[in-house]
Design a protein around this ligand. Structure first.
Ligand SMILES: [Zn+2]
Length: 176
């Protein structure tokens, strides 16, 4: 499996050919005699919500440098989505919560960097169920609590489709 379009077989290095399978053009290795599937990459994130709003991170890396997002990132090979979401939250903001204490919120599919497609599993948690003071850490330039009203008062922009996740988290908190 590859996450971006490949020129050579990731298993044996042979230049890839094309074959139509299941109505789609697939990359095919004639040496291995197998399809090199291209699939989306799983990611996960968690929205921490309090009376002050939803905790957002300002991105210091592509895609969307300077845009705001719900904390999150890629799953390690042995991680559950919830474990990945809380690890990314800790790495990006210093806020800690146990994976079993977050609630499934939503999923989305979106374009990632460099022609990659991602699938994101979103969780939510109340601030009182977390510990640690938020501060910008890995891959983040700023952290801030936003309500829909306070966000609208700034010239800040969301990394799409994080606006929808942000709004769902706020609704989940009961502050529609
Ligand atoms: Zn091959």
């Amino acid at each position: 499996m590859t996450t971006r379009s490949a020129d050579f077989c990731p298993y044996c290095g042979t230049e890839l050919a094309h074959r139509k399978i299941d109505g789609r053009d697939r990359q095919y290795c004639e040496s291995c005699e197998r399809v090199v599937w291209r699939n989306p990459v799983p990611t996960a994130g968690v929205a921490v919500v309090s009376d002050a709003g939803v905790l957002l991170t300002r991105r210091a890396i592509e895609p969307g440098v300077g845009d705001w997002a719900v904390p999150g990132g890629h799953l390690e090979l042995d991680e559950s989505p919830a474990a990945a979401a809380v690890r990314e939250l800790r790495e990006e903001t210093g806020v800690r919560v146990a994976p079993e204490d977050v609630t499934l919120l939503d999923t989305f599919a979106a374009d990632g960097a460099g022609g990659k497609r991602i699938v994101s599993v979103g969780f939510a948690v109340r601030r009182e169920d977390t510990t640690g003071d938020p501060e910008p850490r890995s891959e983040v330039s700023e952290v801030r609590w936003f309500t829909p009203e306070s966000f609208a008062e700034t010239d800040a922009a969301f990394l799409p489709p994080h606006r929808e996740r942000f709004e769902r988290a706020w609704k989940w908190f009961g502050r529609e």
